[in-house]
Design a protein around this ligand. Structure first.
Ligand SMILES: [Zn+2]
Length: 377
């Protein structure tokens, strides 16, 4: 029985030993898992940010469309006010002309009856008619004088009447012209009113769209903020997990056995015409040449990534992580403990790469650092 008991105690001890031995590895695995969560979160943030930019762009386009419509509505309003003024003025002018016409009609009637009166008086002068006046003249000279007088009276009255009739005709013409003008103005007013209503409907439509876009934008910005908070929390968790160990490696080793040539430095650069932040340095090296671990540490990730291609991440403790990307072949796996200068992968051009090179990154507590401050070249 004693033997059995000893076996039980031993198995418990072994289990405990395994648990303790597994802990650092578990911490690395958790850190790696958190790191991939963080990478995913960062991608989400990037996508959401571009959506936000797109919405903001849409919003400002709508705002400028609305302001252009508002200007058009304003100018239509001014046009309508002017038309209303012209219409009122024309109406007043028409009223005025109608009054003048009425006046003229009366004058003509008066003049007409005056002329008729005079003619009648001439006929009836001395109870004889005009012909009698004329033919009853004492002499030829008297006849001519009477004739001339009668003609003069008649002509002068007739001329006055003719002139009045001409004035009347002119007034009538003016009235016609004003009425045509009024009709034209009313047509213009109807057109301007219709156009203004159309513009106002467009504005309502655009206002609606803009408030929808603004609401979307607000929502996106809120979720972006939430994502950033989550990313910060993940970074803090990663730092806490990596903080279990401390860095004691000193200056790191140059990671390429074949080349010391930097084809693209760390920091802001322009790639394919787009400004971007280069998170590491590119070391141009021949395909298949050795990639070396810059220092001893634990592989926290060895696998494929769309951007980095085949890549290795090594945790060196103290929150320092190095990354080796675009490899053609990986020679280590997640959880491996590697020594300084160990060949961990071969140079390639996998992932987002235009030719064989080693993309080398140094991250301190999750932040990208210029590798040249950490390695001796
Ligand atoms: Zn690079």
């Amino acid at each position: 029985m004693k033997h059995r008991q000893f076996k039980r105690i031993l198995s418990v001890c072994l289990a405990l030993c395994l648990v303790f031995a597994a802990m650092p590895l578990k911490a690395y695995a958790t850190a790696a898992q958190k790191q991939s969560e963080l990478d995913k979160k960062n991608q989400e943030i990037k996508d959401t940010q571009s959506e936000v930019n797109q919405k903001a762009n849409e919003q400002s386009q709508l705002a400028s469309q609305i302001s252009s419509i508002e200007k058009q509505i304003y100018s239509k309003t001014v046009e309508l006010n002017n038309l209303n003024k012209s219409i009122n003025q024309t109406k007043e002018e028409i009223t005025q002309v109608l009054l003048e016409i009425e006046e003229k009609e009366k004058e003509i009637a008066v003049q007409n009856s005056a002329l008729n009166e005079r003619l009648r008086a001439m006929y009836e002068n001395g109870s004889v008619g005009l012909l009698t006046v004329l033919f009853g003249s004492a002499s030829m000279s008297a006849f001519l004088t009477n004739m001339e007088m009668a003609q003069r009276i008649h002509e002068s009255d007739a001329n006055m009447l003719a002139s009045m009739r001409e004035q009347y005709a002119q007034l009538d013409e003016t009235k016609e012209r004003l009425q045509t003008l009024k009709e034209n103005l009313l047509t213009q007013q109807a057109n301007a009113t219709a156009k203004k209503a159309e513009l106002e409907a467009q504005k309502v439509d655009l206002d609606e769209k803009k408030s929808q876009v603004s609401a979307d934008l607000k929502e996106l910005e809120a979720s972006l903020k939430a994502m950033k908070t989550e990313a910060d929390a993940l970074s803090a968790q990663i730092r806490a997990l990596q903080g279990d160990t401390s860095y004691s490696g000193g200056t790191m080793l140059w990671p390429s056995a074949a080349s010391k040539y930097i084809s693209s430095p760390f920091g802001n650069r322009i790639l394919f015409g787009v400004k971007e932040f280069h998170t590491g340095i590119d070391i141009a090296a021949a395909l298949g040449t050795n990639i070396l671990a810059a220092n001893s540490g634990t592989v926290i990730k060895a696998g494929y990534n769309n951007s980095y291609g085949y890549m290795v991440m090594i945790d060196h403790g103290g929150g320092i992580v190095t990354l080796y990307a675009h490899s053609s072949k990986l020679l280590v796996k997640t959880g491996d403990v590697v020594g300084r200068g160990q060949v961990i992968a071969l140079v390639g051009s996998t992932g987002r790469s235009t030719g064989p090179h080693l993309h080398f990154e140094v991250r301190v507590n999750g932040e990208y650092k210029n590798p040249l401050n950490y390695v001796s070249r």
